[in-house]
Design a binder for this molecule. Structure first.
Ligand SMILES: NC(=O)c1ccc[n+]([C@@H]2O[C@H](COP(=O)([O-])OP(=O)(O)OC[C@H]3O[C@@H](n4cnc5c(N)ncnc54)[C@H](OP(=O)(O)O)[C@@H]3O)[C@@H](O)[C@H]2O)c1
Length: 377
């Protein structure tokens, strides 16, 4: 049973520990839950900033609904970072519901987000609880940009791009959990919103994103479709939303795309266990270990939304730094609101809809993590 109001699940993971950094900064006590308490203790001692001043406990729990329900009970909010969420996420969601907790997570996987909405949205609403997938760099930042564009009257069509960079491209800056989640995209349908309907992307879809922020066009992919088409599907303001993602390392993105083509040609029809093994090998060969903490001189991002109406045209851009650290900040911004009982929504809702995009943007801006510009076109 949790003694503290906030649970961080995935306590030995890169992102879970960054959430702890921010909770400690805000003076919030937390219960760290992990499948291996000894590993969590060791990792936290190595990585979590200011742990010596934190009020916390560590609970070991098997990744299973009953065990997690027991671990979460007593808390108000669960911050779940155990991914790939398409494989592990719903177990945490169900346990949070049973334990009477709000559930936030760090996913970027659209298929899982759709399942949370369809299988748990109404149950959380009836329980007076919020379930808010993707309270994370991907895709809360792009959604803030989209919401800024929607402030222009008449805008009803959105295109968004999430462009970020790590040292020498994504391969060195991305965590083990993220790499596994990225390769999971190959077997998940990716959708965009078109005339208020979710429509599947062509499996070979690519984008060539042109933005004044870079010299060259950025080669981008649908990247599972992102959360935005799902969150805008039942939003009266929006008719269409197409989202793209590119690490601005074009050769690397092209390699990922080629791997996706290879998946379609060679692995798509294999039994799940064989596919699991292919993904395991891909993760082990590309991301053998946890990367170092991000640096503001290396990890930088540009997320923008272009909004169109009949004649209205606007572009909202967020320039940002350190996406994983920003994810910890966004989770903590959401926790602060939930602990005070301040959410505009219960049930399934994005962080922007539950807490307000201007609040989230302000939280990031005040901490030097993002800067917004809005240009009428
Ligand atoms: N959308 C975004 O912007 C964004 C940002 C950050 C993270 N994420 C997502 O968040 C997830 C975690 O990322 P990360 O950077 O924290 O990865 P990570 O460093 O690899 O950590 C993964 C965590 O999950 C735990 N875990 C893995 N498999 C488990 C299982 N079967 N049962 C219980 N626990 C398990 C790990 O525990 P052990 O240490 O015991 O293995 C570890 O605590 C990924 O899906 C990633 O894509 C998304």
């Amino acid at each position: 049973m949790a003694q503290h109001p906030v649970v961080v699940y995935g306590a030995s993971g890169y992102t879970g520990m960054l959430i702890m950094d921010w909770l400690i900064d805000q003076g919030i006590a937390f219960t760290a839950v992990a499948r291996n308490a000894a590993r969590a203790k060791e990792m936290m001692a190595e990585r979590v900033v200011r742990l010596e001043s934190a009020t916390y406990e560590i609970i070991e729990a098997e990744h299973q609904v009953d065990a997690l329900t027991r671990a979460f009970k007593g808390a108000k909010v669960v911050c779940n970072t155990v991914g790939p969420f398409v494989n592990f996420g719903l177990t945490g969601v169900e346990a949070a519901l049973r334990a009477g907790c709000h559930h936030l997570d760090t996913t970027g996987e659209q298929l899982y987000i759709r399942r949370v909405r369809d299988e748990f949205g109404e149950k959380f609403r009836q329980a007076g609880l919020l379930v808010s997938p993707s309270t994370a760099y991907m895709y809360t930042i792009a959604e803030i940009a989209a919401e800024l564009a929607l402030e222009t009257p008449g805008v009803d069509a959105l295109e968004t791009a999430t462009l970020c960079r790590g040292p020498r491209g994504v391969s060195v800056g991305v965590t083990v959990g993220s790499t596994a989640s990225i390769f999971e995209m190959y077997r998940a349908e990716a959708c965009y919103l078109w005339e208020k309907q979710l429509v599947a992307h062509d499996p070979h879809a690519t984008f060539s994103v042109v933005t004044p922020d870079f010299m060259q066009p950025v080669f981008a992919l649908p990247w599972s479709g992102t959360s935005l088409p799902v969150y805008f599907e039942h939003d009266a303001r929006v008719r269409s939303c197409i989202s793209s993602v590119g690490f601005y390392d074009n050769p690397f993105m092209q390699t990922l795309h080629a791997l996706g083509q290879k998946w379609d040609a060679e692995y798509k029809d294999l039994p799940k266990e064989h596919q699991d093994e292919v993904i395991r090998q891909l993760v082990a060969s590309t991301t053998p270990a946890m990367p170092p903490r991000e640096r503001t001189t290396l990890q930088r991002s540009v997320d923008f939304a272009i909004g169109r109406g009949q004649l209205a045209a606007v572009r909202a851009t967020l320039h940002g730094i350190t996406p994983y650290i920003s994810t910890g900040a966004l989770q903590t911004a959401a926790v602060l609101k939930l602990l005070d009982g301040e959410t505009a929504r219960v049930g399934f809702a994005s962080a922007s809809k539950a807490f307000g995009h201007r609040y989230l943007l302000g939280f990031l801006e005040q901490r030097g993590l993002a800067r917004a510009t809005i240009t009428q076109l």
